[in-house]
Design a protein around this ligand. Structure first.
Ligand code: SF4
Ligand code: SF4
Length: 73
């Protein structure tokens, strides 16, 4: 008999610290899913639901302006 197992779903919360960000756009170009964009002087998440949580943007940021944390949805 099939018994469903308990599963937890997690979501990835990403934030960009505008005080640290140099607006170099490295993260925008590096994101394989085109989640990030630049407008009005700031980086923002254009397409947050497409974020795969791959952390490429975080690894590209020399200023450590990008942080991710995972929370239970
Ligand atoms: S890579 Fe870092 S410093 Fe550069 S635009 Fe992105 S968040 Fe800002
Ligand atoms: S974690 Fe990956 S998919 Fe999400 S914004 Fe950064 S580079 Fe793009």
């Amino acid at each position: 008999m099939y018994r469903p197992t308990t599963s937890y779903y997690f979501k990835n919360i990403m934030s960009i610290d505008p005080q640290r960000c140099l607006r170099c756009l490295q993260c925008v170009g590096a994101c394989p899913r085109k989640v990030l964009d630049f407008a009005d002087g700031n980086i923002y998440l254009r397409n947050a639901c497409q974020c795969a949580g791959c952390l490429i943007c975080e690894s590209q940021c020399g200023m450590k302006a990008i942080t991710h944390r995972t929370v239970k949805a």
